[in-house]
Design a protein. Structure first.
Length: 232
């Protein structure tokens, strides 16, 4: 009988915001609602895109710091709760999949890969957003910041997602767009493909991913270089 690890399928684990979907409009729109309530100027989307990538709490802190306001722990928590409530009602006002996502998922599934999502969004909002975008059913697991005791960049978030999806951790790859994703994958000992079109304040190529792609049409080739697709 083969070892358990070889009996499991290979797996591709995706970040959500800035990787599978362009969600900046709805995220920054929610941030700007809070900024306006607090008497601060709204941030232009072009300026604020780089603030995304480490979850809502980091986005709020970065946004308010950009306008010169440091937040007390109490204010930060209050604003975080307000953010989650408002954003939950505006998950997909403007959000949409990046070009080629569905086709890339088709290719990976045809090669025998299981698919999963590991995001610092809350799990419930992640599941709902992916449903609204029409691809929620594609993933064996959708794990958010509240799914496990820790979340990215803690590697247990990624390894827990792989375990929950029933994938083979020895034949796993992470696909993300930010330092958080790259650091998480490295800490878990899992190769990582970085997309160039997501949310980062530093070009992803400078963060040391194993592969960089500019379009989802390049994903299968990048994954094939890191994980033995033929062994699926």
């Amino acid at each position: 009988m083969p070892p358990e690890s070889t009996a499991r399928p290979p797996i591709a684990v995706f970040d959500l915001d800035g990787t599978l979907a362009e969600t900046a409009g709805d995220l920054i729109g929610t941030l700007n609602v809070l900024m306006k309530r607090e008497g601060l100027a709204e941030l232009p989307l072009s300026q604020a895109r780089g603030l995304i990538g480490a979850g809502a709490k980091a986005l709020i802190r970065r946004g308010f710091e950009a306008e010169g306001r440091a937040l007390s722990p109490e204010d930060h928590e209050r604003l975080f709760k307000a953010f989650i409530a408002h954003y939950g009602e505006h998950l997909a006002d403007t959000s949409h999949l990046y070009p080629g996502v569905a086709e890339a998922l088709d290719t990976l599934e045809a090669a025998g890969f299981r698919l999963a999502v590991c995001t610092n969004k809350f799990e419930g909002q992640s599941v709902e957003l992916l449903r609204l975008l029409g691809i929620g059913h594609r993933f064996a697991a959708i794990c958010g910041r509240d799914t496990f005791p820790a979340y990215k960049p803690d590697p247990s978030h990624l390894t827990g997602t792989i375990e929950r999806a029933g994938g083979d951790p020895a034949r796993a790859v992470m696909v993300g767009d930010s330092r958080t994703d790259i650091d998480t994958a490295k800490a878990a000992g899992i190769p990582v493909v970085a997309v160039t079109f997501g949310y980062t304040d530093v070009p992803v190529a400078e963060l040391g991913p194993d592969r960089v792609i500019e379009h989802f049409s390049d994903l299968a080739e990048a994954v094939r270089a890191l994980v033995p697709v033929e062994a699926a």
